[in-house]
Ligand binder design. Structure first.
Ligand SMILES: [Zn+2]
Length: 348
């Protein structure tokens, strides 16, 4: 509304001022301003109005009207805007400086890396059930297998990703109860051909097990080689880490990247929002250092909770809960993609 009123006010002013004037040699042409700032120019021939815009900043002007209108609201001090006899538009030095200053403060999103494929890797399968929990309840006993829980969650995540990212390959390493070796999972990841600025996201989904029946909570691992070495050297490795070690060794020859950490953080945040009221967050498993390097494959491993904890096993067999888990992981991945694909640089 404000925009329309302002435009109307400018139109009224047309009759007061003349349009074409002599262009002094000190004046700056609109082409020069466009070249300097990268702004977009639109001209309304009916209302004789020009508009320069960049991101969310806009300047409206009219040849012959001695001010600029900034962002539909703010009128500048007197500046000269003229239309030369050959049709070009020129601004006085002060006017040009105001426009250039305004646009130079704008941040322009620049896409530098594209996620080409997202691999969702439900752990285990077939002859390998992963962790198994067996519990006796009043109404009988039940058994829960990691391979089933993680498949359900992984398929849910993949479905959500597919409907959002039609431009990306969304690949499940398995979509049935079949055995897939770690080597085969690696082959799947490595079979995707990447261009210069393309990357793969790899998210492995597991559930935890512990000899301690009270061990509980979800955790997200990112996978630095330094950590891998620590794990293997550490004689105090707890049994629940047994999942992680072979995957660290087999899957992830890539160097630790800051992207892996960001992906892990983003998934942790997504899970906290979706299921944080039902399950404890055991945090990120991370090292204090990392090598900043462009990632080919940011990779993380999510442990959904403890199959061996009766309370968690009961939630993990609830399909509606697993959908919430899927939602959390999906939100984490898409949050990461938004960050990863768009880097903001201040305008020059
Ligand atoms: Zn596992």
């Amino acid at each position: 509304m404000e925009k329309i009123l302002t435009a109307a006010a400018l139109i009224l002013l047309i009759s007061v001022y003349s349009f074409t004037e002599e262009v002094s040699t000190e004046m700056i042409s609109i082409n020069e301003i466009i070249e300097t700032t990268g702004a977009e120019f639109r001209w309304d021939p009916f209302r004789f109005l020009g508009e320069l815009s960049l991101s969310d900043q806009t300047v409206i002007f009219q040849p012959g009207i001695p001010f600029l209108l900034i962002n539909y609201s703010e009128k500048t001090e007197t500046v000269s805007v003229v239309r030369g006899r050959e049709g070009g538009i020129y601004f006085s030095r002060e006017g040009a400086d105001i426009i250039i200053d305004l646009f130079s403060s704008v941040s322009v999103p620049v896409s530098i890396v594209k996620v080409k494929a997202i691999i969702i890797d439900p752990g285990h399968g077939g002859k390998d059930p992963g962790a198994v929990g067996r519990f006796h309840l009043d109404d009988g006993q039940f058994e829960l297998k990691e391979k089933d829980v993680v498949l359900s969650v992984a398929m849910n995540v993949a479905e959500r990703l597919k409907s959002t990212y039609s431009d990306k390959q969304v690949i499940l390493t398995r979509s049935t109860d079949e055995f897939i070796s770690l080597e085969q999972r690696t082959v799947i990841a490595n079979s995707i051909e990447l261009g210069e600025n393309e990357a793969i996201i790899f998210v492995s989904v597991h559930a935890n097990a512990s000899l301690n029946p009270r061990a509980n909570g979800f955790e997200v691992w990112y996978l630095p080689p330094e950590y891998r070495r620590d794990l293997l050297d550490d004689s105090t490795i707890e049994s629940e880490l047994s999942d992680v070690v072979p995957i660290l060794n087999t899957m992830l020859e890539e160097e630790i990247t800051v992207e892996s950490i960001l992906l892990a953080q983003s998934i942790q945040k997504g899970l906290t929002v979706s299921i944080g009221d039902k399950i404890e967050d055991r945090g990120l498993k991370e090292e204090s250092w990392f090598v900043v390097r462009k990632a080919k494959m940011p990779a993380v491993l999510v442990e959904l909770g403890f199959i061996t904890n009766q309370k968690e096993a009961l939630t993990l067999r609830d399909e509606s809960y697993l959908k919430k888990v899927g939602e959390g992981i999906y939100n984490g991945i898409s949050g990461f993609i938004n960050h990863f694909e768009m880097q903001y640089f201040p305008g020059e």
